[in-house]
Design a protein around this ligand. Structure first.
Ligand SMILES: Cc1cc2nc3c(=O)[nH]c(=O)nc-3n(C[C@H](O)[C@H](O)[C@H](O)COP(=O)(O)OP(=O)(O)OC[C@H]3O[C@@H](n4cnc5c(N)ncnc54)[C@H](O)[C@@H]3O)c2cc1C
Ligand code: FES
Length: 492
């Protein structure tokens, strides 16, 4: 695969490269996907020292969603607790809190016990309000914290170093360098790892389950963990109707005018999520301006708006990094984690941009399920739960208009494309996706999603094609990166 635009985190990576799988193999546990979910599952299972484990990754370890995160480890997932109390009741809201609280502690414990230098900093996670509507939601969340016994501190506006109406702070949360953390985890793992090994099929078999690589090698396993972000469970599955892709933008600045202490986030778009990195030479990371991927915002304009807001509120200057990232969310806000309906196959997805703690929860649940041990939180995340049908139907109904919109969208007939940028243009009766690299080499792809045929958009922030329908993403050379699509784009 051609080079992706690397994030600040990935530029620091010390990870080795791993071979492609070139034979059939038999293992106890196969993990598909080398993001934080796959690697935490590998770590937890390897610690038991009783399974032969292999992990296969279609590109490079943690070069997908995980390598482009903000890296906050917190149980404060926006204002989820009052919504869970209202929609699911106290038992489920409390279980969600406890599972994520244990996850934050668990991540820190791994970093400490394994001596991984991942710039972990204990912080307060602060949910703040810019306006009255957010303040009302914050007050509801505060009352949920009281009900559930979540420790917090109310911060008046004078205790927040930029203009707000106040905030709810949870102590003892963390921010860290996720790539250094995973570099550390990988260096401790004694398992077989294969990169550039794409799985095209997973299914139950007589002895457990079997996966097939794109080169038609078979991996027989007693258990298969599908940690592929979008679950590639079965050749054609309907998860794209149960999880929706959402995105956000990230930028990093060298200069800013507030103390580099807590991690902050507000509730309603435009969201300005804030954290700091590099304590020796502090930098400000801001994230936000997120939206459903089906909405046609300009990627460049969203990044520009994010930076302008950070400059206005925090006097941020000298931005030197920016990127765009996507995650999936479920209709009831709770991730899908655990054993799938048939066979020893396990999935973990739908983290709603809170995948750092959720991936740890996933690794605990799946480890227990593989061992046949009861996990007290498994019922909450059960991927087979079938409630929220109404929301699911509404979401998928609305998707029809997106599909049609992608087909009707007009694109320029011819346009000058600068090196390092891409566009979709109309040539005679067909659309062509063109990217010209810095050396002047041209890449031409058919900009039609290989999942269900929606027309793609070109994202000049990340040099990728994006599908507004269910979130499939392709590198500028057509390589499939993420989402329900399995095949690369057709070359033109
Ligand atoms: C802008 C943004 C900011 C975020 N910030 C935070 C934050 O501060 N805190 C937080 O808790 N969460 C955050 N998140 C969410 C978090 O980053 C993700 O939920 C998490 O990284 C998902 O990890 P994963 O391992 O499940 O998926 P991924 O990192 O996407 O890993 C899946 C891997 O599977 C591989 N794969 C896919 N298909 C195949 C196949 N067929 N064969 C083999 N391999 C395959 C992929 O190449 C990939 O490497 C953020 C998300 C976004 C979008
Ligand atoms: S992801 Fe479904 S059509 Fe593109």
């Amino acid at each position: 695969m051609k080079k992706q635009v690397l994030s600040y985190w990935l530029k620091d990576s010390q990870k080795k490269t791993y071979p492609r799988l070139e034979s059939n193999i038999n293992v106890d546990v196969l993990i598909v996907g080398g993001g934080i979910t796959g690697l935490l599952c590998a770590y937890q299972l390897a610690k038991l020292d009783k399974y032969r484990i292999a992990l296969v990754e279609k590109n490079q370890l943690y070069h997908s969603t995980t390598g482009y995160t903000t890296g906050k480890a917190t149980l404060q997932h926006d204002d989820i607790y009052h919504q869970l109390l209202k929609n699911k009741g106290e038992t489920i809201a409390r279980a969600y809190y406890l599972a994520n609280s244990e996850a934050v502690l668990g991540l820190k414990k791994i970093a400490t016990e394994e001596n991984i230098d991942c710039d972990w900093v204990d912080t307060k996670a602060v949910l703040y309000a810019f306006n009255q509507e957010e303040l009302k939601r914050l007050q509801k969340e505060q009352s949920a914290y009281d009900t559930l016994g979540i420790p917090y501190e109310w911060l008046d506006k004078d205790n927040i170093p930029f203009p707000t109406l106040g905030g709810l702070a949870i102590p003892n949360q963390g921010v860290f360098h996720v790539v250094k953390f995973l570099d550390g985890i990988v260096s401790k793992l004694n398992i077989d790892i294969y990169e550039k090994t794409k799985i095209i099929k997973t299914k139950p078999s007589e002895k457990g389950a079997v996966a097939e690589t794109v080169d038609h090698y078979k991996i027989h396993a007693k258990h298969i963990i599908i940690a592929t972000h979008y679950p590639i469970y079965k050749r054609f599955n309907f998860y794209f109707m149960k999880i929706k892709p959402v995105c956000s933008y990230i930028a990093i600045a060298n200069e800013f005018a507030i103390p580099s202490d807590n991690a902050y986030i507000n509730l309603i778009e435009p969201v300005l999520s804030i954290r700091f990195l590099d304590s020796a030479m502090p930098k400000l990371m801001v994230a936000g301006f997120g939206h459903d991927v089906k909405n046609y915002y300009s990627y460049r304009e969203q990044i520009h708006r994010l930076k302008t807001m950070a400059t206005g509120k925090l006097q941020a200057k000298d931005f030197f990094e920016e990127w765009y990232n996507q995650d999936y969310e479920t209709m009831d806000m709770i991730p899908l984690i655990g054993k799938a309906a048939d066979g020893p196959l396990y999935i973990a997805t739908g983290y709603r941009k809170w995948g750092i703690s959720s991936s740890f929860v996933a690794s605990q649940i799946i480890k227990d399920q593989i061992q046949g041990v009861n996990n007290q939180y498994a019922y909450l995340f059960d991927p087979c739960r079938s409630k929220n049908a109404f929301k699911t139907i509404c979401y998928n109904f609305a998707m029809f208009s997106t599909v049609i919109k992608t087909k009707l969208l007009t694109v320029p007939k011819s346009i000058k494309i600068k090196p390092g940028t891409g566009r979709i243009i109309q040539h005679k009766m067909r659309k062509i996706g063109i990217y010209i690299d810095q050396n002047g080499k041209t890449y031409s792809e058919k900009p039609i999603c290989t999942h269900l045929g929606c027309t793609l958009r070109f994202n000049n922030v990340t040099k990728t094609y994006e599908c507004p329908c269910h979130g499939s993403r392709f590198n500028y050379d057509g390589t499939c990166l993420d989402g329900p699509a399995v095949r690369n784009l057709t070359k033109l």
